[in-house]
Ligand binder design. Structure first.
Ligand code: C5P
Length: 222
């Protein structure tokens, strides 16, 4: 794998979950472990790329990359990614960005003195769409996790977010995805698709990086 398929290229990767504060002690988050994003970061580095990783909170060991930025909220991740996008040739959005965050975070701990409470949530900004819509527009890769109609939703995401490639995995089928060490992917781009069967996230990351490099070079030599 030391062929350097990404030699000379800068790759920006987002990984992990985000945390959306409710009050100083509580937050809304999701089950993302960050493993797929970190594995992609390491694989891209091994393929010769200069890698910048923007990560939400994870329990993973610091990967071997040129630059690591730690963020908490979707809003923080948006600003961090957008500040780096102009120097990236490729963006891989592997983070499980919260779709909604509390409209306001209380600045004191909320007491349990009511029988019920209502939290108003508002939509976060879509980082991936912002990247693919930016003036500098790197080759843009998105992820999709679906419980059904995976191929259809992946194709829709490719178009809706103007992406160059979508990597989609099944969730809730006992075959990889969130929190697991293994994963399987359906990958599509304009004009093609492929299946990467169940494998370790490390092995899968290498295959996906190779595919991304192939598509990137096909686009940029045409
Ligand atoms: O539309 P959906 O959230 O399912 O798309 C998932 C893809 O979009 C992932 O690549 C994820 O990193 C990205 N995303 C994002 N910003 C959001 C929500 C999702 O970049 N606010």
């Amino acid at each position: 794998f030391g062929t350097g398929v990404l030699a000379g290229l800068s790759v920006l990767i987002s990984a992990g979950p985000t945390r959306e504060p409710i009050d100083p002690v509580r937050y809304i988050s999701n089950r993302s472990s960050g493993k797929m994003g970190y594995a992609l970061a390491e694989a891209a580095a091994r393929a010769g790329a200069k890698v910048s990783l923007v990560t939400g909170p994870t329990a993973l060991k610091v990967p071997n990359v040129q630059e690591l930025s730690r963020v908490e909220t979707a809003e923080d991740m948006y600003h961090c990614v957008m500040s780096k996008v102009s120097s990236a040739n490729i963006y891989i959005g592997a983070a499980a960005v919260a779709d909604y965050c509390p409209e306001t975070a209380a600045n004191r701990k909320i007491k349990k003195n009511r029988p019920e409470m209502v939290l108003t949530l508002r939509k976060t900004r879509d980082i991936l769409s912002a990247v693919s819509g930016s003036a500098e527009r790197p080759f843009t890769v998105g992820f999709a996790a679906e419980t059904d109609q995976l191929e259809d939703y992946a194709r829709q995401k490719l178009a809706a977010k103007s992406l160059d490639l979508v990597a989609a995995n099944w969730v809730g089928r006992g075959q990889g995805g969130f929190e697991n060490d293994d994963n399987a992917l359906f990958v599509c781009w304009n004009g093609g698709h492929t299946y990467l069967p169940l494998a370790s996230k490390t092995a899968l990351a290498e295959q996906l990086i190779r595919l991304i490099a192939e598509r990137y070079h096909a686009q940029n030599s045409a």
